[in-house]
Ligand binder design. Structure first.
Ligand code: AMP
Length: 144
């Protein structure tokens, strides 16, 4: 099972902001889109960073409300770990666990192909477990 299976149901849409966007606008975006992180893309569309709700908490703790008037680039994580559509779901779980983050951008030959969250991964694992249990039940019923 690979990341592309998740992207097939989830789609390739990625909510992004620019490095110069103000933190206040990122707060609005996260709230209105009901998501926990946005990708920061530069003017060429390349990944410049990732900004999650955790970074916003840290920014507010550090700078107080003034942080909201500062650009995203001051608070984002610039060293972004990513995965490819062909990567296994087990390997992305490992990346998220080891890196202690809940979001993983998916890049396909340098192009942003989507973003998956730990919630997407857990949902997929639960769906797979339910299908496997159903297949085993059917097998046992037909064998009996
Ligand atoms: P999260 O658990 O995704 O809310 O993120 C926790 C911290 O990890 C924040 O500082 C994020 O900026 C950072 N982070 C989130 N996703 C990634 C990623 N794929 N690569 C590197 N850092 C990340």
């Amino acid at each position: 099972m690979t990341v592309s299976t998740i992207l097939k149901t989830k789609g390739n849409d990625v909510v992004s902001v620019g490095p110069e966007d103000l933190l206040s606008s990122v707060v609005d975006t996260l709230a209105s889109r009901r998501i926990g992180a946005v990708l920061v893309l530069d003017s060429a569309g390349a990944v410049a960073g990732i900004m999650s709700e955790r970074d916003i908490v840290r920014a507010l703790s550090q700078d107080g409300p003034r942080a909201l008037d500062k650009p995203v680039r001051q608070f984002m994580t610039a060293d972004v770990v990513h995965a490819a559509p062909s990567d296994s779901i087990a390997s992305v779980m490992e990346k998220m666990t080891l890196g202690r983050f809940r979001h993983l951008p998916i890049l396909d030959g340098g192009r942003v192909a989507g973003i998956i969250s730990i919630g997407d991964v857990v949902k997929r694992r639960i769906d797979d477990a339910l299908h496997e249990a159903e297949a085993l039940r059917e097998y046992v019923a037909s064998a009996g």
